[in-house]
Design a protein around this ligand. Structure first.
Ligand code: HEM
Length: 453
């Protein structure tokens, strides 16, 4: 595909975007609530890459498709900002430098501080430890046991993220995290009323989460390590000496929680979708297991070995394409522009529907099918312009993308090397639940058939 779509800064005589399908009063609220990505995909096919959606009292303009992803990558940061949406989140956690809510110089400074501890290299260096940890966490998954996939994987990913980046996992605080994150994100994104943030269960969960962050800082201060030998918290504590304004005590608390807030639901949702997709496609699982078994037979999983696992990498990429867990990111227009022949005005709320391009039949052959070969040579369909954006775009693109990808791959490799699974209900067909990130619903259950090897 080539980019034939143009955009231009400023106000023009161009018309406003067309209105998406909807009902009187309700607007598009029902399809948006039930299956937002499918609804946006259909509206993209009907109206093109820009249209306005009304849902009850909300109204926002959607940018979608590969054309939008190319615009967002090239010019998104100049015209759009996330700070108006994320200000509520930042206020609630009393952060002045919450990454998603800041732009410009403070944002790039904070990104630079976080670059090293959040990097792909940081987790690559710990790969054998990460696999051993994952094996330990799987030790009590006994043959015959049945579990609901998403909450189980959420807990596993929470422990992994905690122990690999923060020195310890959330342990008993895990349910508090789930309640805290779900309520806050839904309130910020307008899915739940803001009053949710005043309810006692949420306030209790928030207090406990903040207490855990304070305890983590205290234990790291009691046994200080250098930034080179330590984890994310050691790194932040060391960086606070050079950046006292940006890494004050409240920001250090949020910094210590950051990987949980951004990483648990996203990485757990993706890993859960991956498990579902493989159990539905035994021939792909067999190809993956052949690759995994050969690598594990050669020795511990190292960075070099992981880089030579094309099937595992393609499986993770195809899962991120077909089941994007952050398929849209909220923004507000800060500089007016025309896009695809339509005018967008200053302060207009926008949803950058980055995931819609993942289903474009001009790019992807049979786009709704899980097909790892599309990510491998010679097809490599994800490499076309604007085709693949699971981690967002521009300055705010996911800071933990490299970390997440390696975490998902090492978890999948360990799970399918150690254990054989089956869907508890072989006839189960995927239904998504939104928390607000999408994940397989509670009927997606898996049985441990046997320990392998
Ligand atoms: C499959 C897993 C993940 C996906 C699909 C994902 C996706 C995203 C997306 C779409 C954004 C927003 C980009 C935007 O607004 O343009 C984002 C932001 C972010 N993510 Fe991730 N994420 C994942 C896992 C993680 C993990 C594991 C971490 C940390 C360990 C992390 C840290 C962050 C941070 C700090 C931001 C804010 C970046 C900024 O505003 O500058 N993410 N992520």
């Amino acid at each position: 595909m080539t980019n034939t779509m143009t955009w231009q800064s400023g106000v023009s005589q161009a018309p406003v975007p067309p209105l998406a399908d909807g009902m009187p009063l309700l607007g598009s609220a029902l399809p948006l609530m039930n299956d937002p990505l499918t609804f946006l995909e259909q509206q993209y096919l009907k109206h093109g890459p820009v249209f306005t959606v009304k849902a009850l009292n909300r109204r926002f303009t959607v940018l979608a498709g590969p054309e939008a992803n190319q615009f967002l990558t090239a010019a998104g940061d100049a015209h759009l900002s996330g700070r108006y949406t994320w200000a509520t989140f930042a206020d609630e956690i009393e952060s002045k430098y919450f990454l998603a809510a800041i732009d410009g110089e403070p944002h790039s400074r904070m990104r630079k501080i976080l670059k090293k501890p959040y990097s792909r290299t940081a987790i690559m260096e710990q790969l054998p430890t990460a696999v051993t940890l994952t094996r330990t966490l799987l030790a009590d998954w006994q043959p015959g046991a049945t579990f609901v996939v998403f909450p189980t994987i959420q807990r596993l990913i929470g422990e992994q993220i905690g122990r690999l980046l923060l020195g310890s996992g959330p342990g008993d605080y895990f349910p508090d995290f789930v309640l805290f994150m779900r309520t806050l994100l839904n309130a910020v994104l307008g899915q739940w009323p803001k009053i949710s943030l005043r309810l006692p269960p949420y306030r209790r969960a928030k207090a406990r989460v903040m207490q855990l962050a304070a305890d983590m800082l205290a234990s790291h201060r009691a046994q200080p390590k250098s930034a080179d030998d330590g984890d994310l918290i050691d790194y932040l504590l060391a960086a606070s000496a050079d950046n006292p304004d940006m890494l004050s005590e409240p920001e250090l608390l949020i910094g210590a929680l950051g990987p949980y807030l951004a990483g648990i639901d996203t990485a757990a949702g993706t890993t859960s979708f991956l498990i579902y997709a493989l159990l539905k496609q035994p021939e792909t699982l067999a190809r993956l297991q052949t690759e995994i078994d050969a690598v594990f037979a050669a020795g511990p999983l190292t960075a070099d070995r992981l880089r030579k696992m094309p099937i595992l990498h393609a499986t993770a990429q195809e899962t991120l394409r077909l089941y994007p867990v952050a398929p849209m990111v909220p923004r507000t227009v800060i500089e007016p522009f025309t896009f695809a022949g339509c005018q967008l005005h200053a302060m207009e709320p926008v949803m950058a529907a980055t995931g819609v391009a993942h289903f474009d039949p001009r790019i992807y052959r049979d786009p709704h099918r899980f097909d790892i070969d599309r990510c491998l040579p010679p097809r490599q369909e994800t490499r076309q312009p604007g085709a693949f954006a699971p981690y967002g775009f521009g300055a705010h693109t996911c800071a933990g993308a490299g970390f997440a990808e390696v975490l998902i791959m090492l978890t999948a490799a360990t799970l399918f090397h150690e254990l054989e699974f089956a869907l508890a209900d072989p006839a189960y067909q995927l239904r998504r639940t939104y928390s607000p990130s999408p994940a397989p619903d509670k009927h997606c259950r898996v049985r441990v058939v046997r320990r392998r090897g």
